[in-house]
Design a binder for this molecule. Structure first.
Ligand SMILES: Cc1cc2nc3c(=O)[nH]c(=O)nc-3n(C[C@H](O)[C@H](O)[C@H](O)COP(=O)(O)OP(=O)(O)OC[C@H]3O[C@@H](n4cnc5c(N)ncnc54)[C@H](O)[C@@H]3O)c2cc1C
Length: 326
């Protein structure tokens, strides 16, 4: 065990898994399913806060459209158990190379577990704008993704709170789902002439002024309040997160290379999810914010297959070379 992990008070257990999957959302459970089916001794450790938990229903997932996110993950946990994959509620606080081609992984409960390979699928956190009511209504009638929820609220009165970086974009998209869209410029600068023309063509109404809160009556969104106390009647509000914060502390601690994206820094991975750290893969929203559930599932699957292939061929190469197994 390396000093980094040993420095905290921990109980080292004798468990050594082929693979530890850190995070048990869509990406992690998908990786675990294929690893279990590949007869890999696999442990999933999950802190239990998937990104879409505030939403009652999940959409755009073929054959599971409209299912609740919680029921979806519960079904996934049942499936991985069928193949002997272990699942543990908990939070991974760090991982360090163990000097024998694997890792010692520290959990918040003070235990340490060994694993030959890691698949990190820890998702991201949406840091919401501090507008009164946004956090409370998030995933209900404050939404961010037309593909996830647009159909369910089609033709209703939409308010869109402009993102300072690309103020017109979301309102233009949403004009496909309702003909009653109001764009609140909020803190965005004035629109370019081109954006103004596109919004006009899309029939979007533009309202200047800072948004300070949402009006809620009988547990239902009814309006958007501006700083000058005007209230514009709206039924649904779309707004993006101020910041998307990847849950990448374990990857950063391991020294994984990052890449710059329009949404900030995310871990750099190849097409199989392999990071720059040997033996460590990543998949799902921890690698980028645009991965919806189906994409996260696909990326998790791909990482699981790549990890199994590497273990299998690596062990055979070691056997041929007469090297001791890691
Ligand atoms: C409100 C909302 C609604 C959405 N609706 C839809 C929809 O309808 N359809 C759709 O396709 N997509 C939807 N999405 C996007 C969807 O949430 C993501 O695509 C999906 O959650 C990505 O899966 P993931 O496995 O990468 O991450 P997550 O599902 O976020 O899972 C990550 C897991 O890792 C755990 N974790 C984090 N850190 C640690 C740690 N250190 N140790 C152990 N565990 C850890 C977390 O607690 C969590 O359980 C929605 C998003 C939001 C915000």
């Amino acid at each position: 065990m390396s000093t980094n992990v040993r420095s905290t008070e921990m109980t080292q257990t004798d468990e050594r898994y082929d693979v530890m999957v850190v995070g048990g959302g869509a990406a992690g459970l998908s990786a675990a399913l294929i690893l279990g089916r590949s007869r890999r001794r696999t442990l999933v450790v999950d802190a239990g806060e998937p990104r879409n938990a505030p939403a009652a229903h999940m959409h755009g997932v073929l054959s599971r459209d409209g299912m609740s996110p919680a029921a979806y993950l519960e079904a996934g946990r049942r499936e991985i158990a069928e193949y002997g994959v272990e699942w543990r509620a908990g939070k991974v606080t760090g991982a360090t190379p163990d000097g024998r081609d694997g890792f010692t992984v520290a959990l918040a409960d003070g235990t340490a577990v060994g694993a030959r390979r890691l698949v990190v699928t820890t998702g991201l956190v949406d840091e919401l704008p501090g507008i009164d009511g946004v956090a409370e209504r998030w995933g209900r009638d404050v939404l961010h993704c037309p593909y996830c929820h647009g159909w369910e609220v089609r033709d209703r009165a939409f308010g869109v709170i402009a993102h300072p970086g690309m103020p017109a974009h979301q309102a233009l998209m949403l004009s496909n789902w309702s003909k009653d869209v109001t764009l609140f410029l909020h803190t965005a600068d004035e629109l370019s002439a081109h954006d103004a023309a596109l919004l006009d063509a899309a029939g979007v109404t533009v309202v200047a002024g800072e948004v300070v809160g949402l009006v809620v009556e009988d547990d239902r969104l009814t309006g958007v309040r501006l700083a000058d106390d005007r209230v514009v009647a709206r039924e649904v509000v779309f707004v993006g997160a101020d910041r998307l914060v990847p849950g990448d502390s374990v990857l950063r601690q391991l020294g994984a290379a990052l890449r710059e994206t329009p949404f900030g820094e995310f871990v750099a991975v190849d097409e199989t999810g392999r990071t720059s750290v040997p033996g460590v893969w990543a998949a799902g929203n921890v690698t980028g914010p645009q991965e919806q559930v189906v994409n996260a599932v696909g990326l998790g699957y791909r990482a699981g297959v790549a990890v199994n292939n590497e273990l299998l061929l690596g062990d055979l190469e070691d056997a041929v070379a007469g090297r001791p197994r890691g």
